[in-house]
Structures are given as structure tokens and as C-alpha cells.
Design a binder for this molecule. Sequence first.
Ligand code: CA
Length: 238
Amino acid sequence: MKDVGGAPPGGFQVLVVEDDEQMRRFLRVTLSVNGYSVTEATTGTEALAIAESRRPDLIILDLGLPDLDGVAIVNKLRKWFSGPIVVVSARHQEGDKVQALDSGANDYLTKPFGTSELLARLRAALRQTNRIGTEPEQGIFVSGDLRVDRDRYEVFVRGQLIKLTPLEYRLLHTLVRHAGKVVTRRQLLREVWGETHLEESHYLRVYMSSLRRKLEQNPARPEWLVTEQNVGYRLRIE
Ligand code: CA
């Protein structure tokens, strides 16, 4: 595995799939300047072919392409591609964005977005993917003052042991497993409550607010358990 850490992202190959020329140029320039090597595709068909021949480390995929549906492309890629996929969507594509995430995209960017947001998302996606397989379920997770000991099922905030109910713990544990990455409501419901409860978004709201009350200094402005509007939640990492 390549090292992501704080080091420059040297050697990571990114496939940019975008039909809009201006956006493509912005991505190409920004990524190249920041040490990524960039390959480009302007249609879904081309993207699938290039992904297969070049085997990029990461794919940035615009959801509004002229030929194929973005969600269908994510589904096709996920049959063999295990690297991060970051989808790019326009404001009116909220639904597609959630579907793409449910199909296995790692994260999303909504147009317009700036350079620092783009680079932060890519770093997080690469870090997340590289972490899988090395410390998936166990061990101690630390983000700032939050500490989750997954071997002992214990949670500490600023050194204080916090008492969680089993469901609160499971919800937190699921977010920790995907730390730094947006997790859709559907995905959380599936992983915490199971297949039969995919529509029960209110469970999630109830348990998320009790988790916030227990963990966050200011539950109305959470530091760790962040809401991703219309999508789901993200455990912020430091
Ligand atoms: Ca487009």
C-alpha cells in the first residue's frame, strides 16, 4: 500500500471522468499541481474502458455524463474496482448522489467546490481505502478527544468514560468503521438495525441525537457526529 499520511500524494493515479471541459481542466490542473497523475475520460463508456486498462488508484466521477447513468457506472466499477470513487454532482442530483453512495461510491463533492475541499476529500478517501484490511473492526480509534476502545466496547471523551446503550454503541461503531467518510442513512440503518428497517429514518435521528448529547460538547453544533444534508452522517476525523 502506498503511504497517504501527511506526505504529498506522489504517484497516485486519478481518473477524472467529466464531460464539462472547464471542470475537467480545473480538476486536471489542481490535481497535477498537487502531485497526482491524471488520466481523463469524457463519457461513461470511455471511463469504464480506461479504468480497466489503466487501473487508477482513485476515480472522480461526474454523475451527469452524456451516455451512461452515473449510478450504473458506479455499479459496474464496483464489480472489480476496490479503490475510492468520489462522485461529483450538481445541486439537482441529490437523489443520484445518495444512490451512488449506496452503490459503493466513497464520497461526493457538490458543484461548485473549491480546491481545499477537493483535496481534503481525496486524501480522506485514499486514507480510508488504504486502511481497510489493516484495522477493520478492532483496536482503539482516536479522533481528538474522542477515544473508542473497540476491544473493550468503551468510549471516552476527554478521558471520561461515557455510558452508551448497546444500540448507541453500534451506531457509533459503524461510523467509526467508516471514519472520515459519509455514510448514507440507508447504509447506517442496514448496518445497525438490519435489512428490514431501511425506511425507519426516525430511529437514526433519535439515536443520533442521544449519541450527540452524550459525546458532543455542543450537540447542536457537533464536532464529530456531523450531518450531511439529505445524505446521512459522517464521523469527522482529526
Ligand atoms: Ca456533466
